[in-house]
Design a protein around this ligand. Sequence first.
Ligand code: ZN
Length: 201
Amino acid sequence: MKILCIGRNYVKHAKELGNEVPKVPVFFMKPDSALLHKNQAFYIPDFSNNLQYEAEIVLKICRPAKHIEAKFAHRCYNEIGIGIDFTARDVQKLQKEKGLPWEIAKAFDNSAPLSKFLQKTDLPKHISFSLQKNGATVQQGNTADMLFSFDEIIAYLSQFVTLKIGDLIFTGTPAGVGQVNPGDRLTAYIEEQEMMNFQIK
Ligand code: ZN
């Protein structure tokens, strides 16, 4: 399986990092070795001095998709979870300045902690989600604020990359990204439900 990630999908987040609001989805990928399951602790890698969380709604693909139209894209996912797109912001900044790919800052081992999944049919059309750091809310989002909807993302991605069963799509982070330090605890919620809770070491 593979992990596709959408960048700059919430206007306030794009602006907080000084980025333009994109006209088409920005995407990058993480390998399967990036997954971190079951509330396991995350160890800050030693190559970064500014490791940041980005809480994101995650879609799990349930049928193959290639060149799918947005109006049919809803058939391609049944389950929704929440994940963290951990980013070595200091490393990413250097890559951006040089116009180089972001993988070194985003695709490293365990850079994608992932929650359990909920059935799409059990969730409202517009999903609210949030992240707490040490019990204080640091990110709060609603998928109604996405620049590109789930269906538009799937339609776009499937023009370039065949989506397969089990693939994951991280759909972008709202404003409020920030640094983690050893000893921090992150708790992620969809609606009022605690989905994931793990420690930073
Ligand atoms: Zn992200």
